[in-house]
Design a protein around this ligand. Structure first.
Ligand code: GDP
Length: 305
């Protein structure tokens, strides 16, 4: 299970709280100390952790010290515990929910989706996963390989796409990624495809050249949605990386990969807050079907077991 360690630690902190004889300030402080330590250990940014702690304190204070003192005093110990549990749950949800409606493709028109992210983050794999996901839902999907930087990128996409039965477009001879992206999208548009996914180059670092190329591909293909692929295993570095990409490519969704491994995942979560962009999908393995759609509340519920 994704972020299983974090979930276990928070659940155990809540269970300790339920054993406390009285739910007073000291008991809440002890709980928050455990929860914050768990979040920090999972690589969630320290600023976000302290914001969560303050927000939980405020939610609890608002609920337990209501203007109607009588009502607060009439609460049973169980009800008071529920107030604290709900505050923790709500603030964990807020951590992964920027409150922005996720974009979805519409049938009957060409929806262009451009993938961005550093090399090795899992872009090509995730493009194919998403292509298959939409194909299974009745969309006519095509994949375009606009990565001319990495040798073998086209072969990889071609192999993945063929295995999954998804039409693909690319070139062994054309070296201009903008030109390939534009002609690939054009070709699928004229074939009346509903979803056209463009895989771009990731190079090695978030460098000027890469960002210029992303902007030019976006100008040439006019994507309806740009998705950034964030590798969960890079920890805290995910936040700075996502911020740099956001400035250059203004992506509207995040695809977090490699959450099946030992990744702590908190860095990717912090990227949501830093860029105010929703997570759309999770990559949970190397196989083309190892994809999960992301929704904040069910995700936190599942994490807490
Ligand atoms: P790209 O350079 O960004 O296009 O990355 P690739 O798609 O080539 O992926 C890099 C490596 O990460 C490959 O070995 C993939 O199989 C692997 N990978 C991608 N997504 C996942 C995932 O969700 N879980 C795991 N465990 N591996 C993944």
């Amino acid at each position: 299970m994704v972020l299983a360690d974090l979930g276990r630690r928070i659940t155990s902190a809540l269970s300790d709280l339920s054993k406390a004889p009285v739910l007073d300030g000291a008991a809440i402080d002890a709980l928050l100390k455990q929860v914050c330590a768990a979040l920090l250990a999972a690589d969630v940014n320290v600023r976000l952790v302290s914001r969560l702690r303050d927000a939980v304190r405020k939610d609890v204070a608002d609920a337990l010290n209501t203007n109607d003192k009588g009502q607060a005093e009439r609460m049973t110990e169980v009800q008071r515990h529920n107030v604290v549990q709900k505050a923790i749950f709500d603030q964990l949800v807020a951590l992964v929910d920027p409150g922005i409606e996720a974009w979805v493709p519409k049938k009957g028109r060409a929806n262009v989706i451009m993938f961005v992210g550093l090399q090795g983050s899992g872009k090509t794999t995730s493009c194919t996963k998403l292509a298959l996901y939409y194909q299974k839902r009745g969309f006519k999907v095509g994949l375009v390989c606009a990565d001319t930087f990495r040798a073998g990128a086209f072969d990889q996409l071609k192999q993945n796409a063929s295995k999954a039965g998804i039409p693909f477009y690319g070139s062994y001879t054309e070296s201009d990624p903008v030109s390939i992206a534009a002609s690939g999208v054009e070709s699928f548009k004229s074939g009346k495809f509903d979803v056209i996914i463009v895989d771009t180059s990731g190079r090695h670092r978030a460098e000027t050249e890469l960002f210029r190329e992303m902007v030019e591909i976006a100008e040439a293909t006019k994507p309806d949605q740009t998705i950034m692929v964030v590798d969960a295993s890079i920890g805290q570095a995910a936040e700075a990386q996502a911020k740099a990409f956001k400035e250059a490519a203004d992506f509207g969704g995040i695809f977090v990969t490699k959450l099946d491994g030992h990744a702590k995942g908190g860095g990717a979560i912090s990227a949501v807050a830093a860029t105010k962009t929703p997570i759309l999908f999770l990559g949970l393995g190397e196989h083309v079907t190892d994809l999960e759609t992301f929704r904040p509340q069910p995700f936190i519920s599942k994490m807490l077991g």
